[in-house]
Design a protein around this ligand. Structure first.
Ligand SMILES: *[C@@H]1O[C@H](CO)[C@@H](O)[C@H](O)[C@H]1NC(C)=O
Ligand SMILES: *[C@@H]1O[C@H](CO)[C@@H](O)[C@H](O)[C@H]1NC(C)=O
Length: 323
């Protein structure tokens, strides 16, 4: 655990000092190229979250339009309210693709031979930190999406309107912005309970399946090591007392849950098996001890977005802890 302490203290202190989401450990020269690429993506993350947070939807306009199908003015009003919202949803979706590329670059850098995962985390702290920030963003985004039913409501109204007009041979201008193919892809994205996390876990799975020469353990060990760093941070009093604000604690909790879920999707037997390199019992326990409103959402993420929780190989104890 001594090594974990060293890495943990280097990965997390800046966050405590500034209370800010986007603060980076300084990249070394070797890290710079990837760091710059990821940094450009992360810089947008804050704005995306703010936009999602203030996403109110067009529920009222849509309801009125549906209740008065003959009133053309109300149809137009709903349509005009929905279009800019769909443009927003498109931006979020497109951001998920950029995030996916960023994750790919980080995975490549953090697993490249000949170093072991812990060595990578020591050598490439700035990249490890960016990885943590991506996960933090992802869990935050999905938490907001999950509690906002307007998103799917707006989007399906948009699609229904488009297809109705297509039947009437009317071409809507908005189709140029979100064409049918894009709408299909967005539809699959927003149908996921946790779309960003799903994007990342798909991307991680793809990464390990494409890089056949790279042992899968190199990737999963990187994830389990990060889970360990976070767990130790949360359960060690001398670290916890340095969490001067709940943001840092939340950051640590989200990153831990994020890497567990990725691990569970990528590793053949998953995170809950006895052979798992993640101490799931420890992680769940420490999560439950945190005084935060977000704990339940994170436990739900473990319950409902992992793949292997319901496998026979999952111990009764872990099942009970998550019940
Ligand atoms: C993840 O991959 C599955 C299977 O290939 C696919 O059905 C799903 O739409 C993907 N989800 C996202 C958000 O990329
Ligand atoms: C993984 O595969 C991609 C493309 O298939 C390649 O560019 C990259 O170098 C590979 N990375 C590793 C670590 O093998």
């Amino acid at each position: 655990n001594v090594k974990v302490f060293v890495v943990a203290s280097k990965l997390f202190p800046q966050v405590e000092l500034t209370h800010h989401f986007l603060v980076y450990a300084q990249p070394t020269e070797a890290e710079t190229a990837v760091w710059n690429q990821v940094s450009a993506v992360l810089e947008e993350a804050h704005g995306i979250l703010a936009e999602l947070q203030s996403y109110n939807g067009a529920g009222q306009e849509i309801r009125e339009a549906i209740q008065n199908p003959g009133d053309l003015a109300l149809q137009e009003k709903a349509w005009n309210a929905v279009c800019p919202l769909v443009a927003k949803l498109k931006r979020f979706y497109e951001f998920s693709l950029r995030l996916e590329n960023a994750l790919r670059s980080l995975l490549e850098a953090l697993t490249s031979p000949p170093y072991a995962p812990m060595q990578h985390l020591e050598r490439e702290q700035a990249l490890a930190k960016q990885f943590a920030e991506i996960l933090h963003f992802t869990l935050s985004f999905d938490e907001l999406k999950m509690t906002n039913p307007a998103i799917q409501n707006d989007f399906s109204y948009y699609r229904r309107t488009i297809s109705r007009n297509r039947l009437n041979n009317q071409q809507l201008e908005a189709e140029n912005e979100v064409n049918n193919e894009m709408a299909n892809r967005m539809s699959l994205f927003y149908a996921e309970a946790t779309p960003m996390l799903k994007t990342l876990s798909n991307a991680t799975t793809k990464f390990v399946s494409e890089n056949k020469t790279l042992p899968i353990e190199d990737t999963t060990d990187c994830l389990s090591t990060m889970a360990c760093v976070c767990r130790v941070m949360l359960e060690t009093p001398e670290y916890r007392c340095r969490f001067t604000n709940t943001d840092t604690m939340l950051f640590c909790m989200r990153v831990m849950v994020g890497v567990i879920i990725l691990y569970d999707h990528v590793h053949p037997v998953g995170a809950f098996a006895k052979t798992s390199k993640i101490d799931m019992k420890g992680c769940i326990k420490v999560l439950k001890e945190q005084p935060s409103n977000s704990v339940e959402g994170l436990l739900n993420a473990l319950r409902y977005t992992t793949r292997h929780l319901n496998d026979d190989s999952t111990s009764k104890q872990i099942r009970a802890l998550l019940q």
